[in-house]
Write a protein that binds this ligand. Structure first.
Ligand code: NAX
Length: 327
């Protein structure tokens, strides 16, 4: 058998945590041979609920699950961790301005970045799910100077998966027929799902749909899917978000298939005019355990405008957290 991997999940008692932990423990995060040591981080009021989830994990008798530790202390939670899934965040309360939201989350992601810096394993990989995910990831990364910046990522895989199914349903094909889809920018309503590089049956997807569908239905449906789920379920996406987190880490560790890529929020190296250092979603391949931004794509005017708009929002968020002294 392989060496165990320590996985820390924050917000473990929340709804995404509940959908995520069982899949990690059953061997879907890395592979079906790697034993898992779980660390659950919660706020003190939610530790008891996390203990309840841990009881259920015990009751599954998962062969790969070696241990479960529950704590409300970030240093303990991230000590020696290999994979950190930062799910717990401060939700936007009624009437809260964006600055207030960023500030409240800074209070969570700054100490978590510091704790990762202090104690995580050398190979630590961090995925931020908690919103605003890109900027929360930026805050954590800024406080972990000893960890390579590329190890901090933000989740746009749910948006990617949503786009995949919308396109597959439109064209009456299987999701497995779709390649090279990209979500650009921020995990927010400004995100840009790009069909101009996506391929279906080896041909460009944008050429197989009406321009009006692409601009007026596809893009807003993908970008506003989170709100549509809340409207229908009375609660935000949970199992699909957990599924995307599993996909993100599984791809990061195991790689993308030849001739395809995925989407992830990664630290910009300046590619495609995205300011260096921002954590923005790009088309990425994964090889040898590393994400790499796909280079050399031609960006037409339609795409340029939309990428720029989403990146402008990310720049604003960064400027706000800078002013607040959070990075
Ligand atoms: P819940 O409110 O059900 O759970 C959040 C949990 O985090 C709670 O149990 C809370 O006690 C805990 N928590 C709060 N502060 C903490 C801290 N400092 N340390 C540890 N735990 C802490 O939310 P849930 O539905 O699970 O969503 C979690 C986050 O994911 C939210 O920020 C949500 O906006 C975000 N999402 C991100 C998505 C993405 O694609 N990137 C999609 C789904 C989801 O909306």
């Amino acid at each position: 058998t392989k060496a165990p991997v320590t996985v820390t999940v924050t917000g473990a008692a929340g709804q995404i945590g509940y959908a995520l932990l069982f899949r990690i423990a059953s061997g879907q995060l890395i592979d079906a041979e790697t034993p898992i040591k779980l660390r659950l981080l919660e706020i003190p009021q939610a530790v008891k609920a996390a203990e309840g989830t841990a009881m259920e994990l015990d009751d599954c008798a998962f062969p790969l699950l070696e241990s479960i530790d529950i704590t409300d202390d970030a240093r303990t939670a991230f000590d020696g961790t290999n994979v950190a899934l930062l799910v717990g965040a401060r939700p936007r309360a009624k009437g809260m301005e964006r600055g207030d939201l960023l500030e409240a989350n800074g209070g969570i992601f700054k100490p978590q970045g510091e704790a990762i810096n202090a104690g995580a394993a050398d190979d630590v990989r961090v995925l931020v799910v908690g919103n605003p995910a890109n900027t929360n990831a930026l805050i954590a990364q800024a406080h972990a100077p000893d960890v390579p910046a590329e190890r901090f990522t933000a989740m746009t895989r749910l948006d990617h998966n949503r786009a995949q199914t919308q396109l597959a349903q439109k064209l009456g094909v299987s999701v497995t027929d779709i390649r090279k889809l990209t979500i650009w920018g921020n995990h927010s309503a400004t995100q840009y799902p790009d069909l101009f590089h996506a391929e279906v049956g080896g041909k460009i997807a944008a050429e197989q749909v009406e321009q009006s569908w692409l601009a007026d239905e596809f893009i807003p449906t993908v970008a506003k899917r989170g709100a549509a789920i809340i409207d229908a379920r009375g609660a935000s996406s949970a199992a699909s978000a957990a599924n995307a987190a599993i996909d993100h880490v599984h791809t990061w560790v195991n790689g993308t298939p030849e001739g395809d890529w995925t989407s992830a929020g990664v630290v910009s190296d300046g590619s495609y005019g995205v300011p260096e250092g921002l954590i923005s979603s790009f088309p990425v391949t994964a090889r040898d355990g590393k994400f790499e931004i796909v280079q050399g794509l031609e960006i037409d005017e339609f795409s340029r405008e939309r990428i720029d708009a989403s990146v402008a929002e990310l720049t604003e968020e960064r400027d706000t957290v800078r002013k607040l002294g959070l990075i």
